[in-house]
Design a protein around this ligand. Structure first.
Ligand code: RET
Length: 238
């Protein structure tokens, strides 16, 4: 059975620790919060880092890693990333959508497109048929991502523009984080070991995803939960 190398395992343990620390910090920040609408943001954000710490733990200990045979080669694939992203990326979108005051249909569309993005990415990561087939799945997944980002910029920004200036400022910061960080995931995937380009080693890819994951979850959570004025405005608006 394939195991992470010592370096990969170390990076993944650091990832586990940072996600767990983020979880504890968010619990502490939300402790004693009485307002139900503000509690929503704490609950969602706490789940995001909690899920990620479990996923990182599974990867650090080797459970989250499998071998996928493709055309005579064997790829080592950390499948647990996709289990993490399947739940955490919709939760991240829910955070920013609730901040923007989005309606149910917008939220449902965003989450649907996002789930499609992760599941087609997973199909690409697990596909055994051929390298080309894996790349086609990557293309489908990337198309879903572009749709998610398009909705974020078009529909959600329009809804956020109707909120207070504190909400609009936090929204715009979080939106920039999503636009920049999320766009890098397909780049790392295609440069890394999931595709046959193989510009990044599995260790380099593990570092890149760890930096992206910690920033997109713990960094994102801090930006959101420290914007007390914005959370205040959301909780008092109708
Ligand atoms: C995959 C597969 C290849 C194509 C695309 C992908 C997009 C992944 C994204 C993941 C975001 C994860 C986050 C995690 C937080 O910790 C699945 C790599 C487009 C956008 C924000």
């Amino acid at each position: 059975m394939v195991q992470p190398t010592d370096t990969q395992s170390l990076i993944l343990w650091v990832g586990t620790a940072l996600m767990a620390l983020g979880t504890v910090a968010f619990i502490a920040m939300g402790w004693g919060e009485k307002n139900e609408r503000k509690q929503e943001f704490y609950i969602i954000t706490i789940f995001i880092t909690a899920i990620a710490s479990v996923s990182y733990f599974s990867m650090a200990t080797g459970y989250g890693l499998i071998e996928v045979p493709v055309g005579g080669e064997t790829l080592d694939i950390y499948w647990a990333r996709y289990a993490d992203w399947l739940f955490t990326t919709p939760l991240l979108l829910l955070d920013i959508a609730l901040l923007a005051g989005a309606d149910r249909n917008t939220i449902a569309t965003l989450v649907g497109l996002d789930v499609a993005m992760i599941l087609t990415g997973l199909a690409g990561a697990l596909a055994r048929s051929s390298a080309l087939n894996r790349m086609l799945w990557w293309g489908i997944s990337t198309a879903f991502m572009i749709a998610v980002l398009f909705f974020l910029v078009r529909t959600l920004s329009g809804q956020a523009a109707r909120q207070s200036s504190a909400v609009a400022a936090t929204f715009s910061r979080l939106r920039t984080m999503i636009l920049v960080l999320w766009s890098l995931y397909p780049v790392v995937w295609v440069l890394g070991t999931e595709s046959t380009i193989g510009a990044l080693s599995l260790t380099q890819e593990t570092i890149a995803f760890a930096i992206l994951d910690v920033t997109a979850k713990v960094g994102f959570g801090f930006v959101l939960l420290r914007s007390r004025d914005a959370l205040e405005d959301v909780s008092t608006s109708a």
